[in-house]
Design a protein around this ligand. Structure first.
Ligand code: NDP
Length: 339
């Protein structure tokens, strides 16, 4: 069996996460028992939710235990199989964690599924045709319930979730306005993803300026907003929201290191009769097949070309993860583990 490398969580962050919170170790891979497979991970997914798992305390999911392999989605190939339905070479998606190999019992529900890489590149199963894509699909369709002609806004619009929100909302005939950091991200959102407009929030650093930019980009007001960031962006959107506007509260990355994110004008929820609803994508497994089918078709047909930021080698994962938390990624953040 091959030697494995793993990244463990060894301490909990005080405020910002740092490289010292992680340690790279080497270990043997256990022999396979009957019914198990050995998976070699080609890509590891880095996702903002991992920051929440590094903390102790109450959340929607249990904390990542100290001294264990960091949790994470992976796509790779079966290297050795002692399971009748899996063969060496099969491409599979699972929760293999921050390591080169994992030993899995595929009969456990939800731990491994085969994927077809003939029309879709393997890495997209961790992004547009994976958890982030389904997150976009759920929040848009089940919470924002967009109708043709309505205006939808989305923050972190160049990211894995945000880009899918915009592409799907365009499919539904909406006017779609992204909010993203920097001219390059905004150009990608407009020119490559096909959003109607994109606001660079760094050019509008206060509430008045950002609300004015939203007013110009959303002349009919905002009917639905997909929130990934929180803070100033949400406050500005609230000022431009129409009566009965909805907000899908997907993420508040601006506060993941513990920064408070007060809402400036909660009275607007009442005045505009708004509905603001948080959700966790893993609690809605019933929509995954439908969502993945639509997203898979969009990617396979080339109508949605998701962008990726790729770090190389397992040792690069902590640095890339800290970069993701600071917005240094451009599109889905991955780590490539096989050259
Ligand atoms: P992204 O690829 O969008 O990366 C995160 C982006 O957030 C950065 O690139 C950055 O883009 C943006 N950002 C804005 N403000 C800040 C800030 N203050 N600090 C750091 N980054 C900032 O990540 P994902 O698409 O994977 O995730 C997007 C959001 O969706 C996250 O909040 C995540 O937690 C949430 N999520 C929620 C799920 C659920 O079930 N509810 C499931 C999956 C994701 P920019 O440069 O444009 O600012």
């Amino acid at each position: 069996m091959p030697r494995n490398q793993q990244i463990l969580l060894v301490s909990r962050p005080q405020g910002e996460a740092t490289l010292d919170n992680f340690a790279l170790v080497e270990c043997d891979t256990p022999e396979l028992a009957e019914g198990q497979v050995l998976v070699r991970h080609h890509y590891l997914s880095l996702d903002p939710y991992m920051r929440g798992r590094m903390n102790e305390g109450k959340s929607y999911a249990a904390p990542q235990p100290l001294g264990e392999v960091m949790i994470g989605g992976t796509v790779g190939q079966v290297e050795v199989s002692r399971h009748p339905r899996y063969a060496a070479g099969d491409w599979v998606v699972g929760m293999g964690g921050w390591q080169l190999y994992s030993v899995v019992n595929p009969d456990q529900p939800g731990v491994l599924r085969k994927v077809d890489v003939t029309r879709i590149a393997p890495s997209h199963y961790l992004g547009a045709v994976g958890m982030p894509g389904v997150t976009a699909w759920y929040g848009l369709n089940k919470i924002l319930e967009p109708r043709a002609g309505q205006t939808i806004t989305v923050s972190a619009a160049a990211g894995a979730v945000g880009s899918a929100v915009g592409v799907l909302a365009k499919q539904r005939g909406c006017r779609v306005v992204g909010i993203a950091g920097g001219p390059d991200k905004c150009a990608y959102v407009r020119d490559e993803l096909g959003f109607d407009d994109c606001i660079d929030y760094r050019q509008h650093p206060d509430l008045r300026a950002l609300a004015a930019a939203l007013k110009a980009a959303c002349p009919q007001g905002i009917d639905g907003h997909f929130e990934n960031v929180g803070g100033l962006v949400l406050d500005a959107v609230m000022l431009r929201a129409n009566a009965f506007a909805r907000v899908a509260l997907c993420g508040m990355i601006a506060g993941y290191d513990g920064q408070p994110l007060p809402m400036l004008n909660p009275s607007l929820i009442l005045i505009n009769r708004m509905r603001i609803e948080g959700f966790i994508v893993s609690e809605h497994m019933d929509v995954w097949p439908q969502a993945l089918a639509e997203l898979g078709e969009l990617v396979a047909s080339g109508r949605y070309r998701p962008r990726e930021s790729i770090a190389h080698g397992l040792a690069a994962a902590p640095e890339a993860f800290l970069g993701l938390l600071k917005g240094r990624n451009f599109g889905k953040q991955l780590v490539k583990l096989v050259d």
